[in-house]
Design a protein around this ligand. Structure first.
Ligand SMILES: Nc1ncnc2c1ncn2[C@@H]1O[C@H](COP(=O)(O)OP(=O)(O)OP(=O)(O)O)[C@@H](O)[C@H]1O
Ligand SMILES: [Mg+2]
Length: 242
């Protein structure tokens, strides 16, 4: 994963103004606060609070020719097909002078955090947490792949978000940064998770649980157990014990 450069002050000001313009022009209201929430290679991400809701705004950085409309459109497609695994898209905004100011899109602000942020000892027995995480990632990957024909090509920390529910006993996962979702089958999806053992270490380490999650996800999409096992035979190349 490339380390992102911090956003320059001027860039943050440009984003801030875009967000304010969106709210003024489209919603006829002023946000109560706009706070930088994170940034990667190509976007600034802001938590925006209004009197009635919390939203997440993504604004393009550095290269103004990189417009965010394709990412917004892809989020709509993915969210429509697998709504439990993506933030809800809200709006795309391009001002008249978008060529010099860039565009932005807004989505639901999730209460989830980056997957490696959670310190499992705070919640559960460590091994149990990572086993469950491998299972839930497998399940999510299979459901998203069966419903959308796509997979996360960069499933690293920051692109998978988690929330603990049931007093830390259950894990809810979401995917973000959808522009990196590519077309491919389940094997492509699993390969992107397993090809580098540091990418998703819990899935690599607890590959049996990861497989169970994939099988469960497939069964939720109507695939029978024998077929789901057959469809995951390729995992043996990563671990002969399977
Ligand atoms: N809907 C959301 N709700 C809450 N937090 C989010 C949401 N979407 C993203 N985040 C947080 O913001 C961070 C950056 O978002 P994202 O991964 O989409 O952008 P990025 O990595 O900057 O993208 P790029 O690599 O295209 O520059 C994520 O790692 C995550 O912590
Ligand atoms: Mg990202």
């Amino acid at each position: 994963m490339l380390k992102a450069h911090p956003l320059k002050q001027a860039e943050q000001e440009r984003h801030n103004q875009l967000i304010r313009d969106f709210f003024k022009e489209i919603r006829g209201e002023e946000p109560t606060s706009i706070v930088l929430h994170g940034n990667g290679q190509e976007k600034g991400i802001y938590k925006v609070v209004t009197p009635t809701e919390q939203l997440l705004a993504a604004a393009g950085s550095i290269d103004l020719s990189r417009k965010l409309l394709p990412e917004y459109n892809l989020l709509n497609i993915l969210h429509t097909s697998a709504p439990k695994f993506f933030p809800r898209p809200i709006a795309h905004y391009a001002p008249k002078d978008a060529n010099s100011r860039g565009d932005l899109f807004l989505m639901e602000f999730l209460p989830h955090v980056d997957v490696d942020y959670i310190k499992p000892s705070d919640f559960q027995k460590q091994g149990g947490y990572f086993r469950n995480l491998a299972y839930e990632i497998g399940r999510g990957v299979a459901i998203v792949n069966y419903k959308t024909g796509r997979f996360s090509s960069e499933p690293h920390d920051g692109n998978i978000l988690v929330k603990l529910t049931n007093e830390g006993q259950a894990i809810d996962i979401k995917f973000c940064d959808v522009i990196q979702f590519r077309q491919g089958n389940l094997e492509d999806a699993a390969q992107s998770i397993l090809e580098d053992k540091f990418m998703r270490p819990e899935c690599f380490r607890f590959i049996g649980k990861f497989r169970k999650g994939l099988v469960q996800g497939m069964s939720e999409c109507g695939v029978n157990y024998d077929e789901a096992m057959q469809n995951t035979e390729f995992l043996k190349q990563y671990n002969a014990i399977l």
